[in-house]
Every structure is written in structure tokens, then in C-alpha cells.
Design a protein around this ligand. Structure first.
Ligand code: ARG
Length: 466
């Protein structure tokens, strides 16, 4: 091969080095997260090629078998940290194909028949999204359980409920924490919904217009553990991006919830409140002020939540107004998505640890109960004695200094409506968390089973199934 200075020959032509560097962008690193999916997808495609009803066959079952054995080896070397994506490869797709060709010669050169990097990357991203959504859902369940355990422990510890940050009504620590648990469970159903949308296989779409071969798209979908193929091939390959925007939206929703928890904890752990003490090992010190125990983790959670919101806009902006068909623009969504999953998983984990290990300070919570916080209760009592509520309200408001202080425990125990401080129904949220956890486990099992069957070795362990 002739090599002109400043140029590099790749599987798909000769390109200037600076162009390769510019177009590959972060792909050479980020695509390492896609290696297993690319190999698994290639295995399914090789099976589909061997099942094409053509004579002579474009790929024999034996050739497919050898390809799959080599793909398993690629996954193994990737796990050892030995699989590289070179500058000439640009991305995981060409790196895997080049390695197959290097090891298997002509057989390797057959494997790209009937596919394009466009359906390949769409497939890799869908498999990645499904996996990550399940992982985040599992982490979310752990965080919900940590919140519910702490809520159960503090079920009847009185806490001043606030609106506008002003003392409002008697409440409990249990109510405060369980509210975040329920919010996260709602966010969890967004994750499930996006997973359902991701659970359709784009293979067979090629560059976005199908391929002139009788490829069995349902077979490919089944082999990979998808419920079905994406129906329209243009949407399958070139409709990439929308799904990622939705995934980022679901993650941003989780982070939105966590940002509220972070804000509360930052305020309530400040000495002036002192409601909670953050676990010592989760606070950071100051380089100048020896007394400081700073809630840096919570501040970063808050900032990363904001940045994630912005990345939903960034991704939607990239997709916005794109003409039909594949465009390289879509590649720029990949770093946003990968960072989104890392941030959300990490934040859920930290939130669970903070909530599980923080100390609740009953005395500080009790000190915050000043008589006016019982004003609404007093008005309600007058109304129960027959005074129209608006008159009762006025009467209490006119002599606020006369509002009687009450026992906070007594005041919260009277709030017995469904889900109120005196009647939390934590078991409802516990059951919902259990269901979400079961769903995640079942989805993971379903994928692992399909891949084990496809590769002929136990996945993810990669031990031979004998
Ligand atoms: N790295 C590329 C991406 O993320 C892979 C697809 C390249 N396809 C193409 N037609 N240039 O989109």
C-alpha cells in the first residue's frame, strides 16, 4: 500500500490524518464501552448471513462458528484491556472488523455484507442503553430502599414542614425522606419506558434503506434478545438520537429529584439548622478553616444535575432539524449519553450512602418547633367546633402570639389521611421498589440468556457452557 505523508489508509479509504483525528473525536475512547455490544451484534449478523436462503451460501455455518469464536476472543482481550481502537480504525466497528480480518482472512472480510456502520452503531447504542437503563434502575432501587429504611426509622420523629423555606406545619422526617423515594420511583418508570422503546432491533436496516438481501430481521432481533425489530428501516438506522434524547431526559429526571434531596441536605446539615449530621467520611475539609466539614458531594450532585439538564438540550439541539438519513452529527450525542449514565449512577450511589449513614438530630428538630407552626392546626380545631374555616383562620391570624404550643408528636399523629405524616404507607412504596427491582433482574436475565445462546458460552462470564 502506498502511503502518502499525512494520510492514512483505512478499511474504507485513504483519509488525511487530521481529518481522521477530527472525525473520530472521542470515539476511540468512548467506543471501548461498546466493544461487547459490537461483537454480540456482529455474531447475530453472522448467523443471519449463514441462514440466507442463497446458493452458493454467502457464509457457511462453519464460517459463522469461527467468526463467533473470534468475537468471544475479542471480548476476552477487551476485558484484559488489550483491545485497541487505532487511529485508522476510527471507531469500534472498523476495529472489530479489522481484527476479524487479521485473524480469519477472507471470512472476516465477508462479515460486513448486508450492514452499514449506521445500523451497527444504532444497534450498539440500543444494547448499551438497555444495559445501562437496567443498571441505573437497579441503583435507583437501592437508593429508594435506603430512603425508605431511614424513613421507617424516623417515621415518627417530628420535623417542621416548610413552604417557601418558612415554618409551615408539623411534619416528620419520615414524610420528608419517603417523598424522595416516591419521586425516584416515578423517575424509575421513565427509565422503564425508555427501555421499552430501546428494545427493538435496528439490524438489517443497513445505511437506512434496507439491503438487497433476504435478511431475516426478526431472527436478528430474537438472537439479540430484542422483543422485535424496529419496523421502518429509515427510522431504525437514521432515527438514532431521539432515543438518546429520551434516555437523557429520563436521567435528567432522576438527577432533578436528587438535586432537591441535595439542596435539603445541604441546608439541613448547616449548623444553624443541624437537623442532620452528614457522615464524617463523606464530607471534605477546608484548606484554611480547620472546623469545616463541607458537603461537596451534594454540591457536585446539584451541579451535575444542572449540567445533565443542559445536555438534554444539547442532544435535542443536535437532532433538531436534521434532514432524513444518517448524519455524522449524531456521533456527538454519544459523549453526552455516556456521561449522563455515569453521573446518574454515581449520584444515586452517593445519595444512598449519605442517606443511610447520616445522623438525625432529634433535639435540633424539636427546637425548630415554635408555636406559630401550630396555627393552622388551631384554626382547623375551631372549624371542627363549628366555626366556618375562614372565620377560624381570621381569628387565629388576629392573635398569632396567642397560638398555643403543642406536642409535635401529637400534632403529627393526627394527620392520618393516606400518605400523611401519621399514616405514611411506606409498604406501598416498598412494593413498588420491589417490582422495579424484579423487572430489572428479569430484563438482565433475558439479555444474558439470549447472548449465551448466541455465543455458545455463558455470558457475561464467558465460561464455556460445555
Ligand atoms: N462513529 C460513528 C457514529 O457514531 C459510526 C457511524 C459512522 N457512519 C458513517 N456513515 N460515517 O455515528
Amino acid at each position: 500500500m502506498t502511503r502518502k505523508p499525512g494520510r492514512r489508509s483505512t478499511l474504507v479509504g485513504t483519509v488525511a490524518e487530521e481529518v481522521l483525528a477530527y472525525t473520530a473525536g472521542e470515539d476511540r475512547e468512548l467506543d471501548l464501552a461498546l466493544v461487547e455490544y459490537d461483537c454480540i451484534g456482529t455474531a447475530a449478523h453472522a448467523v443471519a448471513l449463514s441462514r440466507l436462503p442463497l446458493t452458493p451460501p454467502v457464509m457457511t455455518p462453519d464460517e459463522t462458528h469461527r467468526i463467533i469464536r473470534e468475537l468471544v476472543e475479542i471480548i476476552r482481550s477487551h476485558r484484559r484491556g488489550a483491545f485497541r481502537i487505532s487511529a485508522a480504525d476510527q471507531d469500534v466497528h472498523l476495529a472489530v472488523e479489522r481484527r476479524l480480518t487479521r485473524r480469519l482472512g477472507e471470512i472476516g472480510r465477508k462479515v460486513h455484507l448486508g450492514r452499514s456502520r449506521n445500523d451497527q452503531v444504532a444497534l450498539d447504542m440500543r444494547l448499551y442503553l438497555k444495559d445501562q437503563l437496567v443498571s441505573v434502575a437497579e441503583q435507583l432501587c437501592s437508593t429508594v430502599r435506603a430512603l425508605l429504611r431511614q424513613a421507617a426509622r424516623c417515621r415518627s420523629i417530628p420535623m417542621v414542614g416548610r413552604t417557601h423555606m418558612q415554618p409551615a406545619m408539623p411534619s416528620t422526617v419520615g414524610l420528608w425522606l419517603a417523598a424522595f423515594a416516591e419521586a425516584l420511583l416515578d423517575d424509575g418508570s421513565d427509565l422503564q419506558h425508555v427501555h421499552t422503546l430501546a428494545d427493538r432491533c435496528p439490524l438489517g436496516a443497513g445505511a437506512g434503506y434496507g439491503v438487497p438481501l433476504p435478511l431475516d430481521r426478526w431472527l436478528e432481533a430474537r438472537l439479540l434478545g430484542f422483543r422485535q425489530p424496529v419496523t421502518n428501516v429509515l427510522y431504525a438506522a437514521a432515527g438514532r438520537g431521539r432515543l438518546e434524547v429520551r434516555a437523557l431526559g429520563a436521567l435528567a429526571q432522576v438527577m432533578l429529584t436528587l438535586s432537591g434531596l441535595a439542596a435539603d441536605l445541604i441546608i439541613f446539615s448547616a449548623p444553624e439548622f443541624g437537623y442532620v449530621t452528614l457522615p464524617e467520611e463523606m464530607c471534605t475539609g477546608s484548606s484554611i478553616m480547620p472546623q469545616k466539614r463541607n458537603p461537596d458531594v451534594l454540591e457536585l450532585m446539584r451541579a451535575r444535575a444542572a449540567a445533565l439538564q443542559a445536555s438534554v438540550q444539547a442532544a435535542a439541539g443536535i437532532v433538531h432539524g436534521l434532514p432524513s438519513g444518517y448524519h455524522r452529527d449524531l456521533q456527538e450525542i454519544k459523549p453526552l449519553v455516556m456521561r449522563g449514565f455515569a453521573v446518574t449512577g454515581g449520584s444515586l450511589k452517593i445519595a444512598a450512602a449519605v442517606v443511610g449513614k447520616m445522623t438525625i438530630n432529634r433535639e435540633a428538630l424539636r427546637r425548630a418547633f415554635q408555636a406559630p407552626v401550630f396555627a393552622a392546626d388551631e384554626a382547623v380545631e375551631l372549624a371542627r367546633q363549628g366555626l366556618p374555616f375562614r372565620d377560624a383562620y381570621r381569628r387565629v391570624k388576629e392573635r398569632l402570639s396567642g397560638v398555643e404550643s403543642r406536642r409535635p408528636e401529637e400534632a403529627v399523629s393526627r394527620r392520618t389521611g393516606w400518605g400523611a405524616p401519621g399514616n405514611l404507607h411506606l409498604e406501598v412504596l416498598q412494593a413498588e421498589a420491589r417490582r422495579l427491582g424484579q423487572w430489572a433482574r428479569a430484563e438482565r436475565r433475558r439479555f444474558h440468556r439470549a447472548v449465551s445462546r448466541l455465543l455458545g458460552v455463558q455470558y457475561p462470564a464467558l465460561e464455556s457452557s460445555g
